[in-house]
Design a protein around this ligand. Structure first.
Ligand code: CP
Ligand code: NVA
Length: 325
């Protein structure tokens, strides 16, 4: 069944119903199939799309650009030093101007209030491409990958291990609560999601029959899981906290022993990326213990991380087409 999402923003999945989330995932699966078959519906012909980035990005930026190109739209990248936003011009004025020229606006940055401010004043759909608080388009790609693997979301046993209070943990928890998963945050107790977000997720879980578990006991948290998910231990903007996070999270590294502790041979490994899994990056050479996942798991048979990365493009395309076309 198609849903009318025209004109909607996507700031957090908290604003979307389970049926709408399911629709976007199925639509993305459909768009992936069409692209594989060489079919390009060009549903966004002549649309102009602004891509504002205060923080760097590989996947999100490229997903928006390729999705625009596939659908006949024109993307414009606006990096943090390219436009007046924040320094000489308020979020509200920037939104009003961009909304007069563009048909949709993607924002990636620090404060979640910034993307809310853009949405309040743009008059065109605004999509959150990551803030310190939420990363909703990532969750659509993650859940699409789960659905492609297991054929369903409801009842899937899903552990998010590591920094349990970052944008990924918050967003996965909300998504899982909406979609009826058996969701666990496996993290040190002082890195659990903030109480207000936990409370919101509990409200969604009461409707969907999702279960939400918070534990600092790794073996208990991952037992029986279908999906083990992790993210970097220090997010963009938190680089000064790397040594402290390594000290706190070293026992939460996803490695083969943790995958074995699921007791499930079919369990898969997911990661939003970028990931530290070897010493081939500048930061990993500086902090050799930074790896949140072992290279063996990252590169091993359970890993679906590059399907997940590809799915960023199909899901972002689905969001743009559903909210604009
Ligand atoms: N997963 C993700 O958002 O990747 P980028 O930071 O490369 O966009
Ligand atoms: N938590 C990470 C996610 C990157 C996609 C960050 O914010 O840096």
């Amino acid at each position: 069944m198609a849903f009318n999402l025209k004109g909607r923003h996507l700031l957090t999945l908290a604003d979307y119903s389970p049926k709408e989330i399911d629709y976007l995932i199925d639509f993305a699966i459909d768009l992936k199939r069409l692209k594989r078959a060489g079919v390009y519906p060009k549903s966004l012909k002549n649309k102009n799309i602004a891509l504002i980035f205060e923080k760097p990005s590989t996947r999100t930026r490229c997903a928006f650009v390729v999705a625009c190109n596939d659908e006949g739209a024109f993307p414009e990248y606006l990096g943090k030093n390219d436009i007046q936003i924040g320094k000489k011009e308020s979020i509200a004025d920037t939104a009003a101007v961009l909304g007069r020229m563009f048909d949709g606006i993607q924002f990636r940055g620090f404060k979640h209030e910034s993307v809310e401010g853009l949405a309040a004043h743009a008059g065109v759909p605004v999509w959150n491409g990551l803030t310190d608080k939420y990363h909703p388009t990532q969750i659509l790609a993650d859940f699409m990958t789960v659905k492609e693997t297991f054929g369903r979301l409801k009842g899937i046993k899903f552990a998010y291990v590591g920094d349990g209070r970052n944008n990924m943990a918050n967003s996965l928890m909300i998504g899982a609560a909406k979609m009826g998963l058996d969701f666990r945050i496996v993290a040190p107790t002082d890195l659990y999601p903030e109480p207000a977000i936990q409370e919101m997720a509990r409200g969604f879980a009461a409707d969907s029959k999702a279960t939400l578990t918070f534990t600092d006991q790794v073996a208990e948290g991952v037992a029986g899981c279908d999906v083990i998910y992790t993210d970097v231990w220090a997010s963009m903007g938190e680089e000064d906290q790397i040594p402290a996070r390594i000290a706190k999270l070293k026992d939460f590294q996803v490695n083969q022993a943790m995958m074995d502790a699921t007791g499930n041979d079919e369990a898969i490994f997911l990661h939003c990326l970028p990931a530290f899994h070897n010493q081939e990056t500048e930061l990993a050479r500086q902090f050799p213990e930074i790896c949140e996942v072992s290279d063996a798991v990252f590169s091993g048979p359970a890993s679906r991380v590059f399907d997940q990365a590809e799915n960023r493009m199909h899901t972002i395309k689905a969001v743009m087409v559903a909210t604009l076309a």
